[in-house]
Each structure stands twice: as C-alpha cells, then as structure tokens.
Design a protein. Structure first.
Length: 172
C-alpha cells in the first residue's frame, strides 16, 4: 500500500531567504552549524494552503525528517511502506523482545523503500528521486514514527541520508 503525503514548504518572504541561508543554505538538521539559528528571519505566525505558502508537492510514503536546502534545491527523505503478510507480522513479533500486548504499539512493514527526493526551491517541481535502499522485513517501529526520520546532510558534492548512504548529487 502506497501512501501519498503532501510536502508543503512554507517559504516566507524573509524566512528562508536570510543572509545565513542565502550564503550557506540549510544543509542539515537545525541549519548551518546545527544551532537552528535563523536570527534574521521573520516568519509569519500563521499559514495554511491559501496564505504564506509558496508551493506544495505530493510525496510518496511518509517521513518525518526536516527538509534541507542548498542553492535552489530542497531535499527530503521518505519511506514507502508495503503491507506485511500475517506471517511477516508474526515473525517480527517473534524476533522482538516485546510481549504481544506491548507489540500493538509497533508498526510493521513487509518491505520499505527508503528514498531521497529533490525539489526546485522556487516552484516545488520534483527534479530528482533516488531509492537509497529497499529493505525486506524491517524491524518494527513505534506507531508514531516513520522509517524515514533522519534528516539528510548535504555537502559540496554529496548527500548523506538514510542508513548513512552517500549519494553523488545529480546534475539537475
């Protein structure tokens, strides 16, 4: 079963386009230096699909990572989950050290496809998608989590993402 979610990037007039972001981008969780400093930003207090939103895009699967920005590119991670069979659920339960009553708070996937997606900063057009890994019978996770929680980190010529994979940045 494939779930489609929407990435709604809130690009406020002065929020992500600050001197720090314009020079360095937002290359990792909490931005340059990892401190979450956007001291020159003036984000709006409210936004929705009609105000203070530059674009939105459909994203396959689900992920809770933060987007990163480099130049005119926005990168995110996602995990497309496929329904497990009853045997896979039982095998995952048996492989865990949880009691069945505690296991109900776990999410089990039969298979997952871990992906990195890249969007144009100005338009929201998807310009790149890469499968980082296909995982058969992944471990169960908490029902409130996603298999794509880690935020990627970007450097001059490479992106590090889910499972510490290194990807050459495409010419896009």
């Amino acid at each position: 079963m494939t779930v489609v979610r929407t990435l709604a990037l809130v690009l406020f007039s002065n929020f992500l386009i600050t001197p720090a972001v314009a020079d360095d981008g937002w290359p990792q969780f909490r931005g340059p230096g990892g401190q979450g400093d956007a001291s020159h930003a003036t984000p709006p207090v409210t936004w929705d699909l009609k105000q203070n939103l530059s674009w939105s895009a459909d994203v396959p699967g689900k992920g809770y990572s933060s987007p990163i920005v480099q130049g005119d590119r926005v990168w995110i991670t996602t995990a497309v989950e496929f329904e497990p069979t009853p045997d896979q659920k039982q095998q995952t339960l048996n492989g865990s050290r949880l009691e069945p009553k505690d296991f109900v708070r776990r999410q089990v996937a039969g298979r997952i496809s871990l992906r990195v997606l890249c969007f144009d900063y100005s338009t929201g057009k998807r310009i790149y998608e890469s499968v980082v890994a296909d995982v058969e019978s992944p471990e169960a996770i908490h029902v409130g989590n996603s298999y794509a929680s880690p935020t990627p980190v970007i450097g001059q010529s490479a992106l590090r993402s889910l499972r510490c994979e290194r990807h050459r940045m495409p010419e896009c």
